[in-house]
Ligand binder design. Structure first.
Ligand code: IMP
Length: 198
């Protein structure tokens, strides 16, 4: 029987993507499905710290092993901002339009527009073990938005391999190359090693 693992999220998109890759190993339940409340303040300065804060809080609240992720956009010319502030870059949490406008304003006079999305997955176990994996995905910030799909910074995030922004491709195409997918694949390898080393 598969081990029941809490996912410290209620985001349907994340639940689907994480189940698709790690569902062979774990029976993954969301916070809502498990009836667990856990919403710690993300006070970390790195994606690693914030993913760990969420995984440990979920594990403590439920008594189950818990997986959490943290992600965001890093822009080279902005010394890696917005980084862990990605969701609240403009001040109000989750205001994608305002976040994108602020990004365009800050990049207005910068010739280098290279950027990367980062995702870190952390799993915390009740016995104190922790596993962590990182995935990245490289692109450029356009001068204006393109495409209507997706969310966050995707209409500005141009992915050279596709010649399109992440808002101009299907979610299936994006999932193939995304930072979250890369982190999950790296995590899958770590988990296989963990099982084999036992
Ligand atoms: P979180 O990991 O759910 O806290 O997401 C942090 C923020 O990073 C989101 O609110 C978005 O602004 C941004 N972000 C993370 N991943 C993506 C992505 O795949 N596309 C667009 N924006 C993203």
């Amino acid at each position: 029987m598969k081990q029941k693992v809490l996912l410290a999220s209620n985001n349907a998109h994340k639940i689907k993507e994480i189940r698709a890759i790690l569902g062979d190993f774990f029976d993954i339940v969301s916070l809502r499905e498990a009836g667990v409340e856990s919403d710690p303040e993300e006070t970390g300065k790195t994606f690693e710290e914030n993913a760990r804060i969420k995984a440990v809080a979920g594990m403590k609240a439920s008594g189950m092993p818990c997986i959490a992720d943290d992600s965001g956009l890093e822009v080279l010319a902005l010394d890696c901002r917005p980084g862990v502030m990605s969701a609240r870059y403009s001040g109000s949490h989750g205001d994608d339009a305002a976040n994108n406008e602020k990004l365009l304003a800050e990049l207005a006079d910068k010739p280098d527009r290279s950027a990367r999305y980062v995702c870190v997955i952390c799993m915390a176990f009740p016995d104190g073990r922790e596993l962590e994996a990182r995935g990245e995905c490289y692109g450029e910030i356009l001068k204006e938005k393109r495409g209507n799909g997706s969310f966050g910074y995707d209409p500005l995030f141009y992915f050279p391999q596709f010649g399109k922004t992440f808002a101009e491709i299907s979610s299936e195409e994006k999932n193939e190359v995304s930072h979250r997918n890369a982190a999950l694949k790296a995590f899958e390898k770590l988990w296989e090693k963990e099982i084999n080393d036992k």
